[in-house]
Structures are given as C-alpha cells and as structure tokens.
Write a protein that binds this ligand. Sequence first.
Ligand code: MLT
Length: 203
Amino acid sequence: AELSFLHRFEPGRDPAAAPLLLLHGTGGDENDLIQLGRMIAPDAPLLSPRGKVMEGGMPRFFRRLREGVFDEADVRLRAAELADFVREAREAYGLAAPVAVGFSNGANIAAALLLTRPGVLAGAVLLRAMVPLAEPPKADLAGTPVLLLSGGMDPIVPEENAARLAGQLRNAGARLDHRTLSVGHGLSQADLTLARDWLATVP
Ligand code: MLT
C-alpha cells in the first residue's frame, strides 16, 4: 500500500495477535528488525517503517544535534507523523493497535510516541532507549505495558538517563518493567529472550 512511510508489512499467522511496530536504529531500514520481530513474536503481523530523517545517508526517526542531544521540536513533529502512519496502516491492513519494538533511535521515537500520543501504542519494548523529551507533556498511559531493557555498560545511554525515562513513563501511568543487563548498546540474546517472554504476557 502507498502509505506515508516507506515500510514493510508481514502478515501474521495469528490475525488476533497484537501487531509489532518495528522501529530500527540509526542507519537501519525497514528490513532490519523483521527477523528479530519474527523471533520474539512468531505469529504476529509485523509493521516496519523506515525513518525519514537522513543523517549522512543514515535513516533515523528524528533529528539530533549530536549523539545524545536531540532536536526536541523535530522529535515532537516526527512522533506526530509516525502516529499518523500507524493510523493509516491500521486502516490499510486491518490491524489492532500495535506494540512498538524499537532499538536505539527507534526506541527513542517509540518513547516519544508513548509520551506525546498515548493510545497509539498498545505497549512497547524499548531496547536501549533514552529520554527523548526533557519535559514531556502530561500523558495518561493508564496501565500501558512497557518493557525497558537498558545496558549497564552502554556508552551512549548513561544509567541515570535510562532511569529518568523510566520515571517519566511510570509517572504517566505506564506499567513499566525496567531491567538493566550487563551489556553495552548492542543487542544480546538476553534481550531477545526477555522481549519474547514479556510479549507473550501482553494481551
Ligand atoms: C539517538 O540519536 O536516538 C541516540 O543517540 C541513539 C542512536 O541512534 O545512536
């Protein structure tokens, strides 16, 4: 379908399973997380857009001034754009509200989506996320399930920053499960296992 983001859509074997909204990291594209999505949710429909912001030829989901310093006006704009895409795609493919699975920059836009557009996501798995907005609007996430997996040795996301994001999500009412693994910024087998087991508990 011609939607507002380049994307891949993979129908699921179980049409009742919550679809995953796969959000890649900087330099990734719509193909990056398909295999990961299949591993952690074997039967779910997979919806995977490509970020529209280019940084030296690398797709991202919002602009940054430098590593870890974000253009927050752009974060808000891009989160709104992504919310529109989710609405279009749900209509085009007949999907329920998706659970986001985002890595790095993709996790950061997923966090922004949760905090600025509650109701768009049924839940989220945030892999190595950091605070996308220093002062997010007052959001009502009313029990929305969120799994935040941080790396205790992540050189990009300081532990304090991940803890601050956890606080923002909890304050907004999310049902947050935050774990810190003994890993860096990259994904590990533990991320996949935890994400898969957690997703199995999300209705
Ligand atoms: C970001 O820009 O969103 C974070 O620095 C993570 C990254 O994409 O490297």
